[in-house]
Design a binder for this molecule. Structure first.
Ligand code: NAD
Length: 522
């Protein structure tokens, strides 16, 4: 008998109304916004088509032409106000993330906290958009870099971080002087509408925000394609599967637009002989089962040294057997639902395939919770004879594959022998192993950690990965540079015109006749 769970629809609609989402967002037919907690449809939304997407891009383009001339620290003030509004709305928006993406309460709230954090970061950044002054070989000249706003920034986001990914891009784009057109996942449009309403509150308080500075496109792949193909959008930050990136990347390259690709991961950890096993156990449990295995940084592959395998893996299997699975709104739940049936089917298929390869599967299978169209799965710990089959690819579900190793170099080679290159970690107290792991000859990922799991990044660092993860970077460090265009300026404040590299090109100014004194080679 499925456990009874109260309806999520009324609560979600009340939150959306409270945050100021207009009735015009809803329609009799259009995009179904559902909650994975119960599988019920929460609302039907008006969907954008090519024409309305083009119109939104047009408005954003106009807004850019105004916004780019607002001084950057003043632009930062808008983001500061956005951070304030997010603080005020944290409980409601966090709850909506839980309802729409199925994240447990602390993770729903944590996602909003991440938005607040990146706003704080961007406010500081708004006074630090500086370029270099570079020594010039010419007398009485100055050479410098100037950073200018770029244009309309397209943001395509995935369901599993329905709002934080937008903020990583948008907070930076706004202080950099860009406007933003956001195409959220078709699986999580409600949280996007809520964020747009929160943004509007900040914009109202700011006072002079040009209409169109933030546009939200409601729709699926076609709406994303319209954004990717529009020549008025010079930069697109696209977060989602590697399959999506394979379509989007070439289209952007074809029209020389900038791409920030944040794609799938197949993240691994190594547990070495000296590892603190208690620490490793906790780190692995969160990284592998947190967010029901639906993080891009979720731990999916574990290489355990032979000498500690029997001390760790049976304990891990016990944790898997006892982890609390259920309604993500309930205190004590650690694993909520998968986003939909397709996710559950993908997990079942991968488990069937590895079983055929001789793996031992602990856990897995459906839990009857929440209703016919709610897809709760028991996380699976899979002891593999070797790295093979589905282990080589991301299955976006809570499956952790474990392989024994004896030689550190072999473990490193296995670690790097997959297409994705997002996040990685090692548990070791051996300084040499730790340093080798983060060295040029170690992990080939964009994120490499020591004695913490691969999941749960902070906004201060640049986030992203290599290889099939797409190579993009967003959030902290100098990721802001992608949202601006760099101009190198050389200024002559003298009365002569010396040329670089010793080239001479003397012109008889009075005769207005060009008279090169040396042959010029170009
Ligand atoms: P998805 O690829 O199905 O969809 C992501 C977004 O891309 C959606 O908004 C979708 O409408 C859009 N889209 C799909 N095809 C498109 C196309 N041809 N043109 C334009 N837009 C298109 O991904 P998902 O299921 O929502 O999210 C899960 C995936 O995202 C996983 O692979 C996960 O690893 C990845 N992810 C990566 C990061 C990262 O930072 N690297 C972060 C979160 C999620």
């Amino acid at each position: 008998m499925p456990a009874a769970i109260p309806t999520v629809k009324d609560e979600a609609l009340a939150i959306l109304k409270g945050l100021g989402v207009a009735d015009s967002a809803y329609a009799a037919s259009g995009l179904d916004a559902r909650s994975p907690i119960t599988g019920e449809t929460v609302a039907v939304l008006r969907e954008d088509d090519r024409a309305s997407t083009a119109a939104a891009i047009g408005r954003a383009d106009e807004a850019f032409k105004v916004w780019r001339s607002v001084p950057a620290p003043r632009r930062g003030e808008l983001v500061r106000l956005l951070g304030e509004e997010l603080r005020a709305a944290k409980a409601d928006l966090g709850r909506l993330v839980t309802i729409e993406a199925g994240k447990i309460t602390s993770e729903g709230l944590g996602e909003v906290q991440e938005m607040i954090d990146i706003c704080d970061f961007a406010v500081g950044l708004s006074r630090q958009l500086y370029g270099l002054t570079i020594a010039t070989e010419r007398p009485d000249h100055r050479m410098m870099e100037t950073w200018h706003p770029l244009g309309v920034c397209g943001v395509i986001s995935a369901f599993n971080f329905p709002v934080a990914v937008w903020s990583w891009n948008a907070a930076l784009a706004f202080v950099c002087g860009d406007s933003v057109v956001w195409k959220p996942s078709e699986k999580t449009p409600l949280t996007a509408l809520a964020v747009a309403a929160i943004f509007n509150r900040a914009a109202k308080r700011f006072g002079e925000v040009p209409a169109g500075l933030l546009e939200v496109i409601v729709g699926g792949r076609e709406a994303g394609e319209a954004l990717v193909e529009d020549a008025r959008v010079p930069i697109v930050s696209a977060t989602g599967s590697t399959a999506m990136g394979r379509k989007v990347g070439p289209k952007l390259a074809e029209r020389f637009a900038r791409a920030i690709l944040e794609l799938g991961g197949n993240n691994a950890a190594i547990v070495a002989p000296t590892a603190d096993l208690d620490l490793a156990l906790r780190g692995i449990a969160f990284a592998a089962m947190g967010t029901a295995g639906q993080r891009c940084t979720t731990l999916r592959r574990l290489f355990v040294h032979d000498s500690v395998y029997d001390a760790l893996v049976p304990r891990l299997a016990k944790v898997y057997a006892t982890v609390s699975i259920g309604d993500p709104r309930t205190a004590g739940t650690l694993v909520g639902p998968l986003i939909d049936k397709a996710a559950f089917d993908g997990m079942e298929k991968a488990l069937a395939e590895v079983t055929a390869l001789g793996a031992t599967v602990h856990g897995g299978g459906r839990r009857e919770i929440g209703g016919a169209d709610a897809w709760y799965a028991a996380p699976a710990l899979v002891e593999m004879p070797s790295q093979a089959g589905p282990m080589l690819h991301e299955t976006f579900a809570p499956i952790l594959y474990v392989v024994r190793y004896t030689d550190f170099d072999d473990a490193l080679a296995l670690h790097n022998a997959v297409g994705a290159g997002l996040s990685s970690s090692i548990f070791t107290l051996d300084l040499r192993e730790a340093e080798r792991f983060v060295s040029v000859a170690g992990s080939d990922c964009g994120i490499a950690n020591v004695n913490i799991g691969p999941s749960g990044a902070e906004i201060g660092g640049a986030f992203g990965g290599e290889k099939e993860t797409g190579g993009g970077r967003e959030a902290g460090s100098d990721a802001w540079k992608a949202y601006m265009r760099r101009a190198t300026n050389t200024i002559n404040y003298g009365t002569t015109l010396p040329l670089a590299q010793g080239v001479t090109f003397d012109v008889d100014a009075s005769a207005e006749k060009l008279r090169p004194t040396h042959p010029i080679v170009i």
